[in-house]
Write a protein of this length. Structure first.
Length: 160
């Protein structure tokens, strides 16, 4: 078993929640099919992140075997961190994503851009490595800097 639990404060806020997470982890540990186990662990990591238990969520994501499922779990953790205004931590978590970065990083960047333009810019370079991510970031840039929309469109046209 992973040995992760929600702390007592959270248990008081959501009675039974700690037990539910522990039971879910025990169930996931018993699953033999790697894909099904990874999917279960991803769901647990997401639930932990939504509960604000980011360290436990990352620990759970760390034992996921499939790169896709691990990346998906890390994306959910980074999004929850961004929503909780833990923007630097969100970027740090996003750097752990090794698969499907072209999809996941812009999604995280979109949340961060709404909260802090300066920190959002730290995700521009990781997105530059992927054409799809670059276009998604251009959309976020236009929404973040509407006064620069024409210039952004002009640059994109020049590149194509």
């Amino acid at each position: 078993m992973l040995g992760l639990r929600l702390d007592a404060r959270r248990d008081r806020q959501s009675p039974g929640r700690g037990w539910e997470i522990e039971a879910a982890q025990e169930t996931a540990d018993a699953i033999e099919n790697a894909q099904h186990k990874s999917d279960a662990l991803r769901a647990i990591a997401k639930a932990l992140a939504e509960a604000g238990e980011f360290d436990a969520a990352k620990e759970t994501a760390g034992v996921i075997e499939g790169a896709y499922w691990k990346a998906d779990a890390l994306r959910e953790i980074a999004k929850a961190q961004a929503e909780a205004d833990l923007l630097v931590e969100s970027i740090s978590t996003s750097e752990m994503i090794l698969a499907s970065r072209e999809e996941h990083i812009p999604e995280i960047a979109s949340i961060i851009a709404q909260k802090n333009r300066s920190i959002f810019k730290k995700l521009l370079i990781p997105c530059a490595h992927y054409l799809t991510a670059s276009y998604r970031i251009c959309r976020i840039l236009v929404l973040t800097y509407p006064g620069k929309a024409y210039e952004i469109a002009r640059i994109v046209r020049e590149i194509n």
